[in-house]
Design a protein around this ligand. Structure first.
Ligand code: ATP
Ligand code: MG
Length: 439
């Protein structure tokens, strides 16, 4: 992408109403624009990151055996009357009437709809286990939308739903999702710690929240610092094997949200020097809720003994749009964003430090073509801004690698390769830079 032809509306001033770094940086870097309280347009740079995060979530769900579908944003109120949640959900639910005076709502979550889909097709335990997910916009009319996309009203979520014949099978599915979540967040370059959590309005008796530790987080959390160094299962993970050893390793170390914090156990089990009491951002949550929806909505299957019984369910959410902000909270400095490679909007930016100089232009052009041909996502700053402004833009938008191209270096056959994460620079030939960045 040539910056001169891109749409990257950078702001010079820090917007006054943005309280935290990620919100400020997303606005300044031209990633989002607020359209109404808690409702954002995703500008091209922001959309690129959102799509990268979405794709990692999708790949790890698929790998763990969950199957993607897509449900609509609008749902019939009658479906929610069946589960009893139409009245219970309260003012966070956006209720809508169509021209026939039919009551609809903009979905805040999809347990009812997926249970409706399930019960119309699945009648026997032989079709189980079944695990379905979608990645779709949600609406919750939050009392206090704030911190940009971190607490929006309209937001993008991966929500998955599992169906199993009994509790033991449902626990195995829960464990798969637990491991899939560990892998998902690790791939994004962040540490999200699974913590015991309250089950909230979705209900049920077993739940973990995945929490990214950050001072600006909305939840207070307590954990043993050992949990920060546990290994995350690698690409060779076998989801059909017994995962209980991995789960045990992660769940025996103390880690809990404030709501379920057990002060006595914490004091007893965690040595003083390992106690971490801080704040965190909830980037995902998993639940086992048993027969809560299958009872009320009559989602029954015939079991091995031939009798009809309610199916055992779980639900699994990832805050895809919240993650864009959360990752920035974890990865930035005073100059801007420092994207982890896997979620970066571009992998490389080329900075032409003397636009209009024939030799520099030609060298940049050649680099741009070669990297593009090797499938590397490149942003080429070919604008007529001064070098200082180009440095500032590149640091602000946080692309992991910057190639600085100017006449002085070129005279010696060199360009400078700068790494955004630690600011380190090396002077190398253009060919070596291409080789390094396309490997
Ligand atoms: P919270 O406690 O933050 O209000 P929740 O527990 O109600 O969230 P879930 O129903 O567990 O949310 O939704 C799954 C995920 O969706 C959350 O873990 C979070 O990452 C994300 N999410 C929830 N509410 C919002 C929101 N208002 N804006 C952005 N992301 C959200
Ligand atoms: Mg939650």
């Amino acid at each position: 992408m040539r910056l001169s032809r891109y749409f990257l509306p950078i702001l010079k001033e820090t917007p006054k109403d943005a309280e935290i770094a990620s919100h400020q940086l997303m606005l300044r870097a031209g990633m989002i624009r607020q359209e109404a309280a808690g409702i954002y347009a995703w500008l091209p740079l922001g959309l690129r990151v959102l799509r990268k995060i979405e794709q990692i979530v999708r790949e790890e769900q698929d790998r763990a055996g969950s199957i993607e579908l897509l449900m609509p944003t609008l749902q019939l109120a009658d479906l929610w009357r069946e589960s009893g949640r139409y009245d219970a959900y309260g003012p966070e639910m956006l209720r809508i009437q169509d021209r026939h005076k039919r009551e609809l709502l903009f979905g805040p979550t999809n347990e009812e709809m997926i249970t409706g889909i399930f019960r119309s097709y699945v009648k026997s335990y032989k079709s189980l286990p079944l695990n379905l997910y979608h990645i779709q916009w949600k609406f919750r009319d939050e009392q206090r939308p704030r911190f940009g996309v971190m607490r929006g009203r309209e937001f993008f979520m991966k929500d998955g739903y599992s169906f199993d014949v009994d509790e033991a099978a449902a626990r195995r599915t829960y464990n798969r999702m637990f491991v899939a979540y560990l892998r998902t967040f690790a791939r994004m370059g962040i540490k999200a710690i699974p913590m015991r959590a309250e089950t909230g309005p979705i209900g049920g008796d077993h739940s973990h929240e995945f929490i990214l530790l950050a001072d600006t987080g909305e939840s207070a959390v307590y954990c043993n610092s050992d949990v920060l160094n546990l290994p995350v299962p690698g690409d060779d993970i076998d989801y059909d094997s017994d995962l209980s050893g991995i789960i045990e390793q992660w769940t025996t170390v103390y880690a809990a949200t404030e709501d379920v914090h057990d002060a006595e156990r914490y004091d007893r089990e965690v040595p003083a020097e390992k106690r971490v009491h801080t704040r965190g951002i909830e980037v995902g949550q998993i639940f086992y809720f048993g027969t809560k929806y299958s009872d009320s909505m009559k989602a029954l299957v015939t079991g091995t003994d031939g009798t009809e019984q309610p199916v055992h369910g779980g639900s699994y959410g990832v805050g895809v749009s919240r993650l864009v902000g959360a990752i920035i909270e974890a990865c930035h400095d005073e100059n801007g964003i420092k994207w982890p490679e896997e979620v970066a909007p571009f992998r490389v930016s080329i900075l032409n430090l003397k636009q209009g100089d024939a030799g520099t232009d030609a060298a940049c052009e050649a680099l741009y073509q070669e990297l593009g041909a090797k499938g590397v996502d490149v942003l080429y700053d070919d604008t007529d801004q001064r070098a200082g402004a180009k440095f500032a833009t590149a640091d602000l938008i946080g692309v992991p690698w910057q190639i600085l191209v100017g006449p002085k270096g070129l005279a010696e056959g060199k360009i400078e390769l700068k790494r955004r994460s630690d600011g380190s620079r090396e002077s190398i030939s253009a060919a070596d830079a291409v080789a390094k960045l396309s490997s």
